[in-house]
Design a protein around this ligand. Structure first.
Ligand code: WT7
Length: 631
């Protein structure tokens, strides 16, 4: 596998990618199987925005993930190595040949149930191989997959199905999660009551739960596969045909359906996987992210499979049966590359070293981090206790919208610094802007992180609303893609992400829109209004602090708080549960009615000394009341 092998080579490749980006990326794209070569490498403008890579090219990404490897003699290699929730349950090893067969077979099931090229298919599944099979089966027939994280509940699921007008949902009877069984089908049933676009639900039997199957609408996966052949020609797709939609939170209550295209996404995920992790043939790669997030799409499914790797998929959680589970799985499957999130590292660190000591961890070669800034403390713990000071750590910075890693060390090649994502990968042109949008040149500067040139896996649109894509990413600073993150470039030119500068919070690595959480809280019948902000949290990175106004004199505050948490869990999912709830009489608002979150943020951070100017508030006295009751 071709990849960068030294820092000198990184420097020359980087320069080449900036001086002649079209030449650089067309060389990368040559490696794949194309049904027809592209006519033009790149067309772009950031004002519309309108970006097209490899125009005129025709391909199917699954031929590159699967068929290509069968032809090159990798058929017997394990593609997906599945570790179940329960350590005693049976492991599954699915070879490239078997995966190819299962994908083709399920692709035929989708067709049999009415799916056509361009249709949107919702996938709401546990972390089992069938999730990857369903994803790839969609790609096989040119249907657009929209995977919804299994931790989201019925309203979030329904909103996302409605937004994309999905016609089919692929799900399971349930999921195992530690000691709990999650009743996925029940959640789907509730969601589908308000989703008339769904004609079929295909249900995989996994936990053997007692579920309702609705006549005409619901069919069993295991029944359907009996009716179809295991051969399915890959649909011919244009380079720019959408491959998938993945929802991400924004500053309004409505999640954005980030749309990725076929060829560009393929080229970027393959390139970054190989180079960042320095993957060697035969190694076991484990990304702990759920396929419901972009990390799972790009580095559990597409990136590794494009590179013919063995990708480990784990259904369980890090703390079941105990907090040594990750380390036990690493030894059990001789994992070589381990990719996880800082929040997981911090929570396992807090459990103590007794859970790490029983394990050798000697198969590990590279460690990765993703999803939020990794604090130095957690970085050192990871380096010392898991990597035993011999595994390079790649702190990979990117976003749902970028599709692939943007700023990151190359494992073992780039000299790292704890807390720094280091340097941009080839093809990535970051700039730091001041608040007026002026580029800050040189080193030792801090500003808003933007990109001034497209890369192949850049977001193409937000589903059904192109204006929103423009507004959210391309309008703040004209001519640039704006990440929403603050960033520092130190004296040595190393990049360090300082965190979000907008109304979204990173809670345990999950991006949540404050407005989305507020909407969920407001579903409680006694709540008239709420305002949500983040506060620094030792394990989660950021916690959720909710200020709520109740419309009657509830004496039982504790019960009310519990009910609010239940409401949020029901409408959004447990990941959005507030950590702190303060019941208030009023919220600090400007005369035009806008909530001044700056003040609430300070209160939540317990920084009461300097609340800034409160004179423009409609009623400055509410601030005193909120301060007095701060948690
Ligand atoms: C946001 C994107 C990256 C895929 C998973 C999350 C934050 C992500 C890092 C990192 C500092 C990071 C940023 C970014 N972020 N990786 N290595 N260092 N911050 O994707 O849910 O779209 O979130 O996660 O704030 O904008 P996402």
């Amino acid at each position: 596998m071709k990849r960068i092998t030294s820092f000198e080579q990184y420097t020359t490749e980087y320069k080449k990618s900036i001086d002649t980006p079209e030449k650089f990326w067309s060389e990368q794209a040559e490696e794949f199987v194309w049904k027809k070569k592209w006519d033009k490498v790149l067309d772009w403008n950031f004002d519309e925005p309108d970006v097209k890579w490899f125009q005129g090219g025709k391909l199917n990404i699954t031929e590159n993930c699967l068929d290509r490897h069968l032809k090159s003699g990798k058929g017997e290699q394990v593609a997906i190595l599945w570790e179940p929730n329960h350590p005693e349950a049976e492991v599954r090893k699915i070879t490239y040949k078997e995966l190819h067969l299962e994908v083709c077979r399920f692709a035929n099931v989708l067709k049999r149930n009415g799916a056509k090229k361009g249709d949107r298919i919702c996938i709401y599944m546990p972390m089992i191989p069938e999730l990857a099979i369903a994803v790839l089966a969609c790609a096989r027939i040119g249907a657009i997959h929209s995977v919804i994280f299994g931790g989201f509940s019925f309203k979030s699921l329904a909103d996302r199905i409605q937004d994309a007008d999905c016609t089919i949902v692929v799900t399971a009877d349930g999921a195992f999660r530690g000691t709990k069984d999650i009743q996925l089908k029940g959640i789907v049933d509730e969601a589908l009551e308000i989703c008339p676009s769904i004609k079929k639900a295909i249900v995989y039997k996994h936990i053997h739960a007692d579920i309702n199957m609705k006549n005409e609408r619901d069919v069993w996966w295991h029944d359907e596969i009996k009716f179809v052949s295991s051969e399915c020609e890959a649909e011919t797709m244009d380079s720019e045909d959408p491959l998938f939609i993945l929802y991400t939170s924004g500053s309004t209550g409505k999640p954005k359906g980030v749309v990725h295209s076929t060829a560009g996404y393929m080229v970027s995920t393959d390139y970054t996987f190989r180079n960042v992790f320095q993957y060697n043939d035969g190694e076991v790669f484990w990304c702990t992210a759920d396929v419901g997030w972009i990390t799972g799409h790009s580095y559990l499914v597409y990136g590794p499979l494009l590179c013919g790797a063995t990708s480990l998929m784990f259904e369980g959680i890090p703390t079941f049966p105990d907090a040594g589970r990750f380390w036990q799985v690493i030894d059990k499957h001789k994992v070589n590359i381990f990719y996880t999130a800082p929040t997981a590292i911090r929570s396992l660190e807090a459990m103590g070293l007794d859970f790490v000591k029983p394990y050798k961890l000697d198969s590990l070669r590279v460690l990765g981090s993703v999803g939020e800034p990794i604090n130095e403390e957690a970085w050192h713990w990871y380096n010392d206790n898991i990597g035993k000071n011999r595994c390079p750590i790649v702190d990979t910075y990117w976003q749902t919208e970028t599709g692939a890693i943007m700023i990151s060390p190359l494992a073992g090649i780039t000299k790292t610094k704890p807390g720094f994502a280091t340097f941009p990968l080839p093809g990535v042109q970051p700039v730091l802007l001041d608040e007026k949008g002026v580029e800050l040149n040189g080193n030792g500067v801090e500003g808003r992180l933007c990109y001034k040139f497209p890369w192949p896996s850049i977001i193409r649109t937000t589903y059904g609303n192109h204006e929103r894509c423009k507004e959210a990413y391309f309008a703040t600073f004209k001519g640039y893609y704006f990440t929403g993150d603050g960033c520092k470039r130190d004296e040595d030119g190393y990049y360090r992400i300082t965190g979000r500068v907008d109304d979204v919070i990173k809670v345990s690595g999950h991006l949540l829109g404050t407005a989305e959480v507020e909407n969920a809280i407001n579903e409680h019948p006694d709540i008239v209004e709420s305002a949500v902000v983040g506060f620094p949290h030792d394990i989660k990175g950021w916690g959720i602090y909710a200020f709520v106004i109740c419309d009657n004199e509830r004496k039982d505050e504790d019960n009310l708080k519990r009910e609010i948490i239940q409401t949020v869990t029901k409408y959004m999912g447990a990941i959005a549960k507030p950590d702190k709830i303060q019941i208030v009489k009023g919220l600090p608002k400007t005369r035009s009615g806008k909530i001044m979150r700056r003040i609430l943020r300070k209160i939540a951070e317990n920084d009461l000394s300097n609340l800034g100017d409160t004179s423009t508030l409609l009623d400055p006295s509410v601030v005193e009341e909120i301060k007095a009751g701060a948690l």
